[in-house]
Design a protein around this ligand. Structure first.
Ligand SMILES: [Zn+2]
Length: 352
């Protein structure tokens, strides 16, 4: 008997391009959203994007509520939830880098309200996916929420973001290669649910980005365009799978563990990039694609070593040997790496 079913939730509007923020109110109309929004933003994105967007509402006699968050924390999520309830808003708009959007996403999940994503930096695929996480003590609190109702990504603004945020977004996409390898492995070994469509889309997204790597240069708006489209595509792959599997394998476990061990370490995308070099080596040994991944990262100015991450060698090794414990996600790391083996892979790949 046929008993399969699937439920794919996607953003209804994805608007990417030069100056699209100026017409962002059209997206609100298209979604038939009524009532007052709550903007969740941080200081610089507020000036760049939230205030101009708020003006479009004010021209219609709607005064958006606004919360400006300084750090990604569970307290910030609480503040947003309390403000949303006190101000009786109808939906949320996350405006900023990953931080403000993750907070808006988690609050909207708790409030059972829709939210819109207005990224001001193309720094990671959380800007479009349904996954969100913020630090809580020495761990991270993650949710699988609904994806945004819409994404409005203005490349004029994204191109002005600090360059390392863009290279971090690229590295996050490049790590799709190893995420998919881990997914296939987990499917073969542990019968983890697997989607051929999603895996193919995720890999193709990384491939297109790598093929266009020479066009990814500081100050070029085209770079923001390429990276943002890739992040969207990666987010869609996760939506199709109803899982972060297509974009998150052992390299993400490694990065999450680094976040715990070295909280002021490096950007998420940069950490997963370095993780992907090593896990690609574990998948394929010397003949594997780890050198392609390393070269692609280097070509877009993303870190390829512990030194470039600003994280010491021993912390990298500790993350590598302990990160399999942080969640029940089967990857190439299996039930954990031996310390000597970790040292070997990190040395062989030039990470330490
Ligand atoms: Zn990521």
């Amino acid at each position: 008997m046929f008993e399969k079913s699937t439920w794919i939730r996607l953003p209804r509007n994805v608007v990417v391009g030069h100056g699209v923020l100026e017409r962002a109110i059209d997206v609100i109309d298209d979604l038939h959203l009524q009532g007052r929004p709550l903007f969740v933003t941080s200081p610089t994105p507020r000036r760049l994007a939230a205030d101009p967007f708020a003006a479009q509402f004010e021209a219609r006699g709607i005064d958006p509520a606004m919360v400006t968050v300084e750090t990604a924390s569970f307290d910030a999520v609480e503040t947003v939830i309390e403000t949303a309830e006190a101000e009786e808003v109808a939906y949320l708009v996350g405006i900023g880098g990953g931080k403000a959007i993750d907070i808006a996403k988690m609050a909207s999940d708790h409030l059972d309200m829709g939210f819109l994503s207005v990224p001001t930096a193309a720094s990671h695929d959380g800007i479009v996916s349904n996954r969100g996480s913020v630090p809580e003590g020495d761990t991270r609190h993650s949710v699988a929420a609904e994806p945004p109702l819409a994404v409005v990504a203005d490349t004029e603004i994204l191109a002005e973001a600090p360059w390392e945020l863009t290279t971090a977004g690229c590295a996050d996409i490049i790590s799709n290669y190893t995420a998919v390898m881990d997914w296939r492995l987990a499917h073969r070994l542990k019968n983890v649910e697997y989607s051929e469509y999603s895996a193919a889309l995720s890999e193709m997204t990384a491939e297109i980005l790598v093929d266009n790597a020479t066009m990814i240069r500081p100050g070029l708006e085209e770079s923001a365009w390429i990276v943002t489209k890739a992040l969207m595509s990666s987010g869609v792959a996760m939506s199709i799978a109803s899982s972060s599997r297509p974009a998150s394998g052992a390299e993400h476990l490694f990065s999450h563990q680094l976040d715990r061990l070295a909280p002021d370490g490096a950007l998420h995308g940069h950490q997963v990039g370095v993780g992907a070099i090593m896990t690609a080596y574990l998948h394929g040994g010397d003949r594997g694609i780890w050198t392609d991944i390393r070269d692609a990262l280097a070509s877009i100015d993303a870190p390829t070593t512990a030194d470039e991450l600003g994280i010491d060698d021993e912390t990298v090794l500790e993350a590598l040997t302990t990160c399999h414990e942080i969640r029940d996600r089967y990857t190439i790391l299996g039930d954990g790496m031996d310390e000597q083996a970790a040292r070997e892979v990190a040395t062989r790949t030039g990470v330490i």
